[in-house]
Write a protein that binds this ligand. Structure first.
Ligand code: RIB
Length: 332
């Protein structure tokens, strides 16, 4: 088994420096940290976590509860969280709840027995049982993306209402008047806020909100595909669709193609999230960008500050969303 001395020799630093990097017990320069981490990877060094945790009463481990680890949005946010935590000498245990509140609660119980140092939490829905259990447990907690109500916790969310409003206003500015909306699950606050932004933009432009133009999805591509098929067979047919996330928007693009409709000439489509794929599919997707890297990095920053001082007042950060115009939307 590789020793700390062998890592130090490989990295050209002292064993003490290696220990400070592994245990995050003292500031080390970025250069030293990177050299030590490179040597650890090359030598496949595994710190004796149990000895360390017994010695320090910490496990240097965070929990991350996500509703859908297969969705690129959460994959990108989770990647930002894991990368930021690793640089601070912490590992991350990922719990994927599949938007299922029962599974979420089961994971909450699992994490309570792991002696974690902190948890970053994205709720599966509006049920508060899991997050309330974690609050009772006293663990440092940060809530990301989905507002869980006034629980006195640090939160990182984005301007969902503004995003829905901007997307719909963009379509109106292109001359579209019959604009459909494919929503996310009803119990997800970001989706509800986006739909409210859609409704406000239509009302402020003097257009009625036709309930037949709103079709519910579940944030997965197949639901966007079936919802778009339903919308695009209405008479009169909508000439544009605002979709509450990119994965459903990709499903909607498939539906348009299946019906022989050109995007954007026959129907403009806008998504939400700006996942990496959005700029590589054809046509490239106009979408509302969420700052996924910043969301993850800020969540880790807030969590470490909370771990350092549990008495801090709760901080609520709302990050901006921005419209990214690509090929899937143009003048009608
Ligand atoms: O794509 C998944 C969606 O669920 C994202 O829009 C994110 O905001 C989350 O709520």
């Amino acid at each position: 088994m590789t020793t700390i001395r062998e890592v130090a020799k490989k990295a050209g630093v002292s064993p003490t420096s290696v220990s400070h990097v592994v245990n995050n017990t003292r500031f080390v320069s970025e250069d030293v940290r990177e050299r030590v981490q490179a040597a650890m990877r090359e030598l496949n060094y595994r710190p004796n976590a149990l000895a360390r945790s017994l010695r320090r009463g910490e496990t240097h481990t965070l929990g991350l509860i996500l509703p859908d680890s297969a969705n690129p949005f959460f994959a990108e946010v989770g990647h930002a969280i894991e990368s930021a935590a690793f640089l601070l000498g912490y590992s991350v245990i990922l719990c994927n709840t599949d938007n299922d509140e029962v599974k979420e609660y089961l994971y909450t119980e699992v994490l309570e027995n792991k002696q974690l140092d902190g948890i970053i939490f994205v709720g599966a829905g509006e049920d508060r049982e899991s997050i309330s259990e974690l609050v009772k447990n006293g663990l440092p907690l940060v809530v990301v993306d989905r507002d869980m109500g006034n629980l006195g916790l640090d939160t990182v969310t984005t301007e969902n209402y503004q995003g829905g409003y901007l997307a719909t206003q963009h379509l109106l500015s292109l001359g579209h008047q019959i604009i459909g909306c494919i929503t996310g699950p009803s119990n997800i606050t970001p989706s509800a806020d986006r739909v409210t932004g859609y409704r406000s933009a239509l009302q402020q432009a003097g257009f009625p909100v036709e309930e037949s133009l709103l079709v519910r999805g579940d944030f997965h591509a197949p639901s966007g595909h079936s919802a778009a098929l339903q919308l695009l067979q209405l008479t009169p047919r909508p000439t544009a669709i605002f979709v509450c996330n990119d994965m459903m928007a990709i499903g909607a693009l498939r539906a348009a193609s299946q019906l022989g409709l050109r995007v954007p000439e026959d129907v403009a489509i806008i998504g939400f999230d700006d996942i990496e794929l959005a700029s590589y599919i054809s046509p490239s997707l106009t979408t509302v960008a969420q700052p996924k890297l910043e969301m993850g990095q800020l969540a880790v920053k807030l969590l470490f500050e909370r771990m350092g001082d549990p008495s801090l007042p709760p901080r609520h950060t709302v990050l901006a969303t921005t419209l990214v115009v690509r090929e899937s939307s143009m003048r009608s």
